[in-house]
Design a protein around this ligand. Structure first.
Ligand code: ADP
Ligand code: MG
Length: 717
């Protein structure tokens, strides 16, 4: 290829320094390459012509053929406007100009067929088109133009400075002229013919100047596939390098702790899914590579016991293990639960949180470093520099979406204190340090395709089955004016010995209002459920953690009937006797939050209920969320709807990963293409992990070039 695509955009004919500056600052276009990768947002079909009687009030831009029958000048508040009557066989409309009237009047002829293009507004009982694109039909037919007109991303500044879509389109044409439309191929011939992909040059041409809807679709497919393919290649390669380079502690045996627990102390039969996941983890831990695994499991699917038994494998091989949870309440709860399981096994276990006293801390630091302490549970207090393990073999992170990437990566360096001191990047040293095995757990399921794309470098396990005997939670939506009925229902449940959560939203911006709502709610519940017949707990973010803890404990022990709370209970709390979840202002919660909250009930054998309270005014999205909650208990299904409503940008941790900064593909809409691209990426790497084969030279080169521009190597999970 003769033209170097790294040429600065200034050199393109028709661009010049001013436009180049604007293109750089507004659209990030520095080079020819950047410009060619400016993909249109949408297309307007210029093959379609409307008759005037077919126009609709909500049409976007339309194209009409007709003749001008006469001009009028109409006075208005300031100045005047020029109006042309425009007619075809089916009716009349108006063309309107507010500027450049003299010139227009002189250059347009009456009673000659014109093609006009623009947005037709309904105004004073007829359609009128302000400042149409207009050309004689004879010219229109000879002009070379593509059937579908590309509409490019733009900014207000660009259009104010005269860089309209038409200008961008012209510049793009110029680029194709200078390069002769020839661009280096980036996918091997075999792949292209198997998938019937357009060549790179054809695809780029048709994405900018589609010759037909069909060619446009094929161009889009080809470019999306390519984008996914190289990202997947990068992720899978990273995983492979990880496995070969990053040594892990080999947990060679399953020993007494695990076996004794399994035989004598397991409180229930494991589900098949739990067993399968334990096997997957076991096989990772027994290999020489470091485990880097994501465990997805819906709320209540029993991830904790899997975490515990994995830690037993660590202990059996003489290692320390830790479990980190995002909140104090959750850490305490994990600690209490695991403490009971550890007792008969004589395992030493401690809890470290922000509220641990100096004395407690000192003891923990000491016993961690001399190896007396086997298990450490806690919040991100675990990440403090002072916390040093003698030999940390396995670190587990619960509800990992609550943690940032930086926090997670810190755990890497908590391995054995001797070796990890002076290293900063475990990737670079290739085995010189041994990081602990990492298991991250999440109850916010994300669809597998998305998980592959976001966490493509992690191995994924899924617990897709709830423990036996769980009844699906019954979910209903009630309006605020039915509150008395809801109270009555709550009383009936309490009479049966059940406990109830009532949750209020707490959303940062309106914190004051939210606390008022919470307190008003608490007051009215206190009136409705008076002492001494009823006991009520309240927990919110402004309380001291000791007080929160105390109230949580009272509720967990069954001393109180109702827990009034803000979303602090969202994550992980386990009180099996609680069977009713009332969510106030449910329309203000996101879907995954609602699902998490609902997961707090339905943990025992009793029928559980979730009541979504709202006012009458509901947005469409709110309605969809409520209907989804009422319609299904399946976390994966809910996650799909959530994705559709919110887009992938919001999904846990993805903002940081940068993997979703796609140019043309969309991980949700194009998930089938993603799956295909991943399949091919895997095939290539299975055959040729170092991309050394001659037929993969093209892939290797493209890959190297891409990695220069797009760095996704810097996130550790
Ligand atoms: P999550 O996956 O949401 O963290 P937990 O680990 O807290 O779920 O488990 C939820 C509840 O289910 C706990 O009370 C736990 O003891 C119980 N549980 C877990 N596994 C089983 C099982 N196989 N059979 C019966 N109950 C189980
Ligand atoms: Mg949990």
């Amino acid at each position: 290829m003769s033209v170097n695509l790294q040429t600065p955009i200034d050199y393109l004919k028709g661009v010049g320094p001013n436009r180049a500056d604007l293109l750089r600052s507004e659209l990030g276009i520095h080079t020819y390459q950047d410009l060619i990768n400016l993909f249109p947002n949408r297309y307007i079909d210029r093959t379609k012509y409307y008759h005037i009687n077919e126009l609709q009030r909500n049409n976007a831009e339309v194209q009409v053929v007709g003749v001008i029958t006469g001009f009028r000048e109409v006075a208005q508040k300031r100045g005047k406007r020029l109006v042309a009557d425009f007619k075809d066989d089916t009716g009349m409309m108006e063309l309107v100009w507010f500027r450049g009237q003299k010139w227009i009047r002189e250059s347009l002829k009456t009673n000659q067929p014109y093609v006009v293009f623009g947005k037709a507004n309904w105004f004073n009982g007829k359609f009128s088109m302000p400042h149409p694109e207009i050309e004689l039909q004879t010219e229109h037919e000879t002009n070379l133009r593509s059937a579908m007109q590309a509409i490019y991303p733009s900014t207000e500044k660009l259009s104010n400075k005269g860089i309209t879509n038409r200008v961008v389109s012209k510049i793009m044409q110029q680029l194709f002229l200078e390069t002769k439309g020839q661009f280096s191929e980036t996918l091997p011939q075999t792949m292209r013919s198997e998938l019937k992909l357009l060549s790179k040059s054809q695809a780029l041409f048709n994405i900018h100047f589609p010759k037909s809807p069909d060619l446009l679709a094929r161009a889009q497919f080809r470019l999306k596939f390519e984008e996914f393919f190289y990202i997947q290649l990068q992720l899978i390669l990273k995983n492979l390098i990880h496995k070969s380079k990053i040594k892990g502690f080999k947990f060679s045996k399953v020993g007494d702790y695990f076996n004794t627990f399994y035989k004598d102390h397991l409180p229930f039969e494991l589900t098949d899914a739990q067993k399968r996941v334990l096997k997957e983890i076991r096989s990772d831990l027994g290999s020489n590579a470091q485990m880097n695994r994501l465990l997805q499991g819906d709320v209540g699917s029993g991830k904790t016991i899997v975490a515990f038994m994995s830690m037993l494998m660590g202990l059996d091989n003489g290692f320390q293990c830790c479990l980190m949870a995002p909140t104090e309440i959750l850490s305490v709860q994990h600690y209490n639960g695991l403490y009971e399981l550890c007792k008969p096994l004589k395992i030493s276990i401690s809890l470290l949180t922000g509220s641990s006293t100096t004395l407690e801390r000192r003891h923990i630091h000491e016993t961690l470093e001399n190896g007396d302490l086997q298990l450490l549970i806690g919040t991100h207090a675990l990440l403090e520099d002072k916390v040093k393990f003698k030999n940390l073999g396995l670190a587990i992170i619960d509800e990992q979406h609550r943690f940032g990437v930086a926090q997670r990566s810190k755990l890497w360096h908590k391995g054995s204190s001797q070796s990890s001191q002076n290293e900063t990047d475990p990737n670079e040293v290739g085995g010189a340090i041994v990081p602990p095995h990492i298991l991250v757990m999440t109850a916010t399921p994300i669809p597998r395709t998305l998980a592959m794309s976001v966490y493509g470098d992690l191995d994924i396990s899924v617990i897709d089955e709830l423990p036996a005997g769980r009844q699906p939670i019954k979910t209903v939506h009630r309006y605020d004016n039915n509150r008395l009925k809801v109270f009555r229902f709550m009383k009936d449940e309490i009479a049966k010995g059940r406990q109830i959560y009532v949750v209020y939203p707490l959303i940062q911006e309106s914190e004051k209002m939210d606390y008022k709502d919470l307190m008003d709610g608490y007051d009215s519940i206190s009136r409705e459920f008076p002492m001494p017949d009823y006991q009520i707990s309240i927990v919110h973010g402004k309380m001291k953690s000791a007080d929160k803890d105390y109230e949580m404990q009272r509720f967990a022990k069954g001393e109180t009937n109702i827990m009034v709370a803000t979303t602090v209970i969202e994550v992980g709390v386990n009180v099996p006797n609680a069977s009713v979840m009332v969510i106030e202002s449910a329309e203000r919660f996101g879907l995954s939050q609602l699902h998490q909250l609902r997961g707090r009930v339905g943990r025992g054998a009793e029928q559980s209920y979730c009541i979504l309270m709202t006012g009458h005014k509901l947005s469409n999205d709110s309605k969809t969320r409520l209907e989804t909650m009422v319609g299904t208990n399946d976390g994966f299904e809910i996650a799909e709807v959530d994705l559709r409503l919110r887009g992938p940008g919001d999904i846990m941790g993805t903002q940081q990963s940068g993997v979703l900064n796609l140019r043309i593909a969309d991980v949700i809409k194009d998930k089938d293409i993603l799956a295909q691209a991943r399949y091919y990426a895997k095939q290539v790497l299975n055959l040729d992990p170092s991309l050394g084969l001659p037929e993969h030279k093209m892939i290797l080169n493209t890959y190297r070039q891409m990695s220069k521009y797009r760095n996704i190597w810097n996130y550790i999970s």
